[in-house]
Write a new protein. Structure first.
Length: 121
């Protein structure tokens, strides 16, 4: 079952230089959840319940230089973890939350240094 979990906001579009005409709904489908559980089971078990919050209030937003996906990155200061939710547009023009996983602080710093990521808050 597909469910809307957020939207690509005008603020995110502005920070990342995206030229979508309107804010786009972000959908989470069963196949996306299955992928997250299969590929990143520990991360999904711990942070899967936070996907909507990560999209709504990320610490950083980024544009993946290779896949072109929009990445919402939330810093969990207590655990020194950075949790990334990648959102990609389908061939039919629908935005889907494709995956969720933790990333290292080093990788986050590289994203910032290279201009892929922008501070959101």
């Amino acid at each position: 079952m597909n469910k809307q979990i957020g939207k690509v906001s005008k603020k995110v579009m502005s920070l990342l230089g995206l030229d979508y005409k309107d804010e786009l709904p972000i959908i989470l489908g069963d196949t996306n959840v299955e992928h997250m559980k299969r590929q990143h089971p520990e991360d999904y078990d711990k942070y899967g319940k936070d996907i909507q919050e990560i999209i709504k209030k990320p610490t950083y937003v980024a544009r993946n230089p290779n896949q072109g996906s929009i990445e919402y990155i939330k810093e969990y200061k207590i655990e020194d973890k950075f949790v990334l939710v990648a959102v990609r547009i389908s061939n039919k023009g629908t935005m889907f939350a494709k995956t969720l996983f933790t990333m290292t602080e080093r990788k986050k710093d590289i994203y910032l240094k290279n201009g892929y990521a922008k501070k959101y808050e």
